[in-house]
Design a protein. Structure first.
Length: 232
């Protein structure tokens, strides 16, 4: 039977692009869409699916949380992550959460169909360059960055802080209390040994840890830095 695939991404234009690539393969796959993680879970509870293509950066239920929920509720369901992040740390977190494959969005046009076929057949998919960096980091050949020790929730909060979001906005997007987000921020600073929000933001920008869908918000300064009230 043709594969039944659910695409979970909060950007309609990205979903349409993925649909275009998958439909263009001529495989006759049945394709469905979900606008966020919660919508994806609701769809899975009502319809049979063979594979989920999930974005990591979604509001509410993040891609990592979605993967974990899928593993808890649908053990055999295949998950292919498609992400803006080429950094090996995000791929490692995705695989640890239970993903079967990882493709960056800039490579989706050329690699998505191959990745879907490999993951659906029971294999794993990751680009050779990303696989090499992951292996080098795991065997200690390259230095492990400090943010490796952050939890998945902490890394999500850090990305949003670096992108210029205020604590109240982060709390709303992640369905947390402001107090909880503030606690996460304090723990992040402690783990990274950074004394201020300004230092935290600088570290994140130097390491390329930023939320790609938030980084071009209109409330940022012309130089692309967070508003001055965040750097305190």
């Amino acid at each position: 039977m043709p594969l039944r695939i659910l695409i979970a991404d909060d950007h309609a234009i990205v979903r349409k692009g993925l649909l275009y690539v998958l439909n263009g393969s001529g495989k006759g796959w049945t394709l469905h869409e979900a606008g966020d993680g919660f919508e994806a879970l609701d769809f899975l509870r009502r319809h049979p699916v063979d594979l989920v293509i999930a974005d990591l950066s979604m509001p509410g239920l993040s891609g990592l949380d979605l993967i974990k929920r899928i593993r808890d509720e649908y053990e055999s369901l295949k998950v292919l992550v498609i992400s803006m992040h080429a950094e090996d740390q995000y791929a490692l977190r995705a695989f640890k959460a239970g993903a079967n494959g990882y493709v960056t969005k800039d490579r989706a046009a050329s690699e998505l169909v191959t990745a879907v076929e490999k993951v659906a057949a029971g294999g794993a998919y990751v680009t050779p360059s990303l696989a090499e960096r992951v292996v080098l980091q795991m065997n200690g050949s390259v230095e492990t960055p400090r943010h490796t020790h952050l939890s998945d929730r902490e890394i999500e909060v850090l990305r949003r802080l670096v992108a210029g979001q205020r604590l109240t906005d982060i709390a709303d997007d992640l369905h947390l209390s402001v107090k909880t987000v503030s606690t996460h921020k304090s723990r992040i600073q402690e783990k990274l040994q950074l004394s201020s929000t300004a230092a935290l933001v600088r570290y994140g920008m130097e390491m390329g840890i930023q939320h790609p869908q938030l980084f071009d918000r209109p409330d940022r300064t012309a130089e692309g830095h967070p508003p001055s009230d965040l750097l305190s």
